[in-house]
Design a protein around this ligand. Structure first.
Ligand SMILES: Cc1cc2nc3c(=O)[nH]c(=O)nc-3n(C[C@H](O)[C@H](O)[C@H](O)COP(=O)(O)OP(=O)(O)OC[C@H]3O[C@@H](n4cnc5c(N)ncnc54)[C@H](O)[C@@H]3O)c2cc1C
Length: 458
């Protein structure tokens, strides 16, 4: 019987295993995961009535692949939206926090009226942003994301609105991100509508707004419920936790080496972060390995605090983002209990700080987060509980040239029976990662179905 081995049990590896099992009920499948749990960056904790996320906390609704999977897994009635809030969030500019304008689509204004009234921008900044409706389209090729937004909407929109919003997604310096790789939808808006604002206004009609809770979704039990449901569907998949793949060999098919022994496979899906995949491919495809090793990652961390409600000052919307270089250590704070229903017991509040690119240990992160909160609130808060999640390899940074690096990396798939998937390639969000995992499994199954792919000798 043919054997498919999937390396990495994050969202992409799990989606690949689920899809392979669904389409090939008799296939021998093994999922190898280095860590002690499945889910990768998805980490939901439920303790003493608190429900918190250490990694991702939402999926965007307009990219349907995560929600489709949740429905397929029977989780439809657990899908929840964010609580309505107007404004949905604030941006702190150093001296003052201002509401983000209503109607944002991704990171771009989609409501001209709200933009005109926004205290976030000066009259000149607003006038410059409105020029986006008139100025001609730019070139079709890639450009730094900061340069793209400045060209369309002006420097103020970049500095005061888009950069803080992106810092909360990708971390690091968002200026150097690749527009085509990190925000392809925004480039399409320019190309299709000749204007980001015009395109975003159209999208807002179709997708709804953040303020009404229509853009983001999760599960009432947190995103970990999706990991549990996926695991439950992996019938007869041999899941091996605590099993890191340390080397690969091409033999009659593939051999994956682990400290616990070696496995033969007819097809291999690598759903591991870029550095791991690069290391594994070094002896087999040095060019692909080198491209993978050039994809930078930013470390990230989240710190969640439980507070007694009476300790908390009034908090606006779902959270607050910090503009860069304004003396804050955190990129932003989520008021978790105000963003989602049922995340903290009665009488308690839940607050999550997001850090990116910061070299600090757990106790330093806690102190930095509390320091920022003290500055925001004018009082030193006393948390009752604290949870820290540190991701050394948080998110791949899709900087200019990312698409070329990915094309080079994917040349490794010319090795028969080898497939690469996950956040490294064509999208870091859970919807994209799930879509890639599922389509990658389909490609692996096609390979196994071709007559000359010989079964491995186990
Ligand atoms: C703090 C944070 C917040 C985020 N927020 C959001 C959000 O709100 N919404 C959203 O859509 N996305 C969000 N993301 C992004 C999203 O969570 C990730 O891009 C996605 O989960 C990555 O899935 P993956 O399967 O590609 O990789 P991973 O989740 O990194 O999984 C890779 C797996 O491979 C395993 N592995 C590594 N080496 C080996 C080896 N040698 N052998 C075997 N296994 C190995 C790892 O242990 C891991 O389990 C966030 C990410 C972070 C870090």
């Amino acid at each position: 019987m043919a054997h498919l081995v999937i390396v990495g049990g994050g969202a992409s590896g799990l989606a690949a295993a689920y899809q392979a099992r669904k389409l090939a009920p008799d296939l021998q499948i093994t999922l190898l995961e280095a860590g002690s749990q499945l889910g990768g960056k998805i980490k939901t904790v439920a303790e003493d009535g608190f429900l918190l996320e250490g990694g991702p906390d939402a999926v965007v609704r307009y990219k349907p692949w995560a929600l489709e999977l949740m429905r397929e897994l029977g989780l439809e009635d657990q899908i929840v939206g964010t609580l309505p809030a107007k404004p949905s969030a604030l941006i702190h500019q150093g001296r003052k926090a201002q509401p983000i304008p209503a109607g944002l689509q991704m990171v771009v204004p989609g409501d001209l009226g709200a933009l005109a009234q926004s205290p976030l921008l000066s009259p000149l900044g607003k006038a410059r942003a409105a020029l986006d409706l008139l100025i001609p389209k730019g070139p079709e090729g890639d450009e730094a994301f900061g340069a793209f937004i400045e060209r369309r909407l002006g420097r103020q929109v970049w500095e005061r609105l888009v950069a803080p919003l992106c810092g909360g997604i990708y971390g690091g310096d968002p200026y150097e991100l690749s527009t085509l790789a990190a925000f392809p939808q925004l480039k399409s808006l320019e190309l299709q509508h000749g204007s980001l604002i015009r395109g975003a206004m159209q999208q807002r009609k179709e997708r709804g707004s953040r303020e009404a809770g229509q853009l983001f979704a999760s599960l009432s039990g947190g995103l970990g419920a999706m990991v549990e449901a996926l695991s439950a569907r992996l019938t007869d998949v041999h899941v091996r936790l605590g099993t890191a793949v340390t080397g690969l060999e091409r033999s009659n098919g593939w051999t994956a080496h682990t400290p616990e022994g070696s496995l033969s496979a007819d097809a291999l899906v690598l759903a591991t972060p870029a550095d791991v995949t690069g290391k594994l491919l070094e002896p087999l495809h040095p060019e692909a390995a080198s491209a993978l090793q050039q994809i930078p990652y930013g470390n990230s961390a989240t710190v969640s605090f439980a507070f007694a409600k009476e300790q908390l000052p009034p908090r606006v919307g779902h959270g607050i983002l910090m503009a860069a270089r304004q003396g804050f250590s955190a990129r932003g704070f989520t008021w978790t209990d105000q963003k989602w229903q049922g995340r903290a017991p009665e009488g308690f509040g839940l607050v999550r700080a997001y850090f990116s690119g910061i070299g600090a240990d757990e106790s330093q992160l806690i102190q930095l987060a509390l320091h920022d909160l003290a500055r925001l609130w004018g009082q030193h808060p006393q948390p009752l509980r604290t949870w820290v999640f540190h991701w050394q390899q948080g998110l791949p940074r899709y900087t200019v040239g990312h698409q070329e690096r990915v094309t080079k990396a994917l040349e490794a798939e010319q090795l028969p029976g080898l497939y690469l998937t996950g956040a490294t390639y064509q999208g870091v969000g859970l919807p994209e990662v799930i879509r890639m995992g599922r389509t990658t499994a389909q490609r692996a199954l096609q390979h196994l179905a071709t007559p000359n792919s010989t079964p491995a000798t186990t």
